[in-house]
Design a protein around this ligand. Structure first.
Ligand code: CP
Length: 314
């Protein structure tokens, strides 16, 4: 049985919310998914609420998905892009945000390269903050839409086996997925080259394999990550070609399994590196379902947190 409201005012990370919060987000997202498949996709739930989307890092899916979610809920939206802002003139994050808030903004969706930027901000401003990715730390709405998509295909995730493959070291998607899936009772494994697996990862209660075929045999679902070359200031792998030889997933590897597993990827995909095109576009791939579900899940998060708008900070 779920609570009727979120336990927190912000979504800073999956680490800081409860299983009941996740269940509530999923139930709410189920309803919104039904709404956005109607001919009239809009509801008035966030009318008179203004949301600022602050993106200090590049994004395609998350940014468009949040903006669509806000529009479907009838919120007013403003978009900020770091590249064309006065950050270039030396303004601090807090000054930038306080200036935006003085224009009567109610909620902030933010992507920032610094881990903890959202937690810092939440201590200094009095609006709801939703983390759309903070450096290598967390990407909570990605984990929620991933788990929602798994649940849509396989039902209750308790006991389901999920392997997260690739650059675990630099991945905020990996950490948020681990927290989310463990809270939902799934079994989680990480798989990748030793240099891209954090040293103490098993303390989070996950299994570890360096062998992709063994990991694929074990799992019901493989959530495959991108190699984040932009966050690697030293060489963690000899080359993308070698990475692809040892950890890339090809159709023949799926065909050799005794079962059909689901293939997921948060995007953007490096075709031919972590997934071959025939895997990315196969019937087993639910990559575009993930993107579709992102809008309903983000509508649910915005809607539920808007309900906590006037409560004291927590
Ligand atoms: N999955 C994801 O965060 O994609 P974007 O970087 O395009 O937002």
């Amino acid at each position: 049985m779920s609570n009727l409201e979120m336990s927190t005012k912000h979504l800073l990370g999956i680490k800081y919310i409860t299983k009941e919060d996740i269940d509530l987000i999923f139930q709410t997202a189920d309803n919104f998914k039904e709404v956005i498949n109607r001919p009239i996709k809009k509801v008035p739930s966030l009318r008179d609420i203004t949301v600022a989307n602050l993106f200090f890092e590049n994004s395609t899916r998350t940014r468009i998905s949040f903006e669509l979610a806000e529009k479907r809920l009838s919120a007013d939206t403003v978009n900020f892009s770091a590249a064309s802002s006065s950050l270039k003139k030396g303004e601090t994050l807090l000054d930038t945000v306080n200036n935006i808030l003085s224009m009567k903004v109610d909620m902030i969706v933010m992507r920032h390269p610094a881990p903890g930027a959202h937690a810092f901000l939440s201590k200094h401003v009095d609006v709801n903050i939703i983390n759309a990715g903070d450096g290598t730390h967390e990407h909570p709405t990605q984990a929620l839409l991933d788990a929602f998509s798994m649940r849509e295909k396989l039902g209750d995730l308790k006991g389901k086996k999920v392997v997260i493959v690739g650059d675990i070291l630099h991945s905020r998607v990996a950490l948020s997925n681990i927290f989310c899936l463990k809270k939902l009772g799934a079994e989680v494994m990480v798989c990748g080259p030793p240099t891209l697996i954090p040293k103490h990862i098993q303390e989070l209660g996950v299994e570890l394999s360096y062998n992709i075929n063994e990991a694929l045999e074990w799992c019901d679902i493989a959530n495959v990550l991108r190699i984040q070359l932009e966050r690697q200031n030293i060489k963690y792998i000899p080359s993308l070609r070698e990475y692809s030889m040892y950890y890339g997933i090809r159709k023949s590897m799926l065909d050799n399994l005794k079962k059909d597993i689901l293939i997921m990827h948060p995007g953007p995909i490096n075709r031919g590196v972590e997934l071959s095109s025939d895997v990315a576009d196969s019937e087993q791939s639910i990559i575009l379902d993930q993107v579709e579900n992102g809008v309903a899940v983000r509508m649910a998060v915005l809607y539920l947190l808007a309900g906590k708008r006037n409560l004291a900070k927590n």
